[in-house]
Design a protein around this ligand. Structure first.
Ligand code: 5GP
Length: 117
């Protein structure tokens, strides 16, 4: 059996994390090195290494991750007028990916620059 990814270990409670939300398909928890006042990672329980390796069967889980980002943002008041949030998926070396287990970043709490650099 292949080694577990870092995020699988968090899903399996082998590594602690500040968990925000969990259901059958995903886990959401605070990023350990937040880049903004709110920085949450939403991770599928199924290991998909990166978006580029998602397949037809993963469409539902991909939609689920995005919809949960939207719900978590609303629950935290980030959808209110005058606020806002950013959803990011880093893919591969040029994309800035460091953990090979697909995850959605939910960033908020300060004005975010564009382009991101
Ligand atoms: P990536 O660079 O792959 O898009 O994002 C990986 C993210 O995982 C980074 O923002 C990094 O701070 C976060 N991270 C890395 N190790 C841990 C950890 O052990 N716990 C938590 N909560 N986040 C982590």
């Amino acid at each position: 059996m292949e080694d577990k990814t870092l995020f699988e270990k968090i899903v399996d409670r082998e590594i602690p994390a500040e968990i925000i939300y969990e259901d059958d398909l995903c886990l959401a928890f605070n990023d350990i090195a937040p880049q903004s006042p709110t920085h949450i990672l939403i991770v599928p329980k199924k290991v998909i290494p990166r978006l580029a390796e998602a397949n037809e069967d993963d469409k539902a889980v991909l939609g689920h991750l995005l919809f949960k980002a939207r719900e978590i943002a609303e629950n935290k008041g980030l959808s209110e007028e005058g606020k806002g949030f950013r959803v990011v998926i880093n893919n591969g070396e040029h994309g800035g990916e460091t953990v090979p287990h697909l995850h959605v970043h939910l960033l908020a709490g300060r004005p975010l620059l564009w382009p991101p650099g």
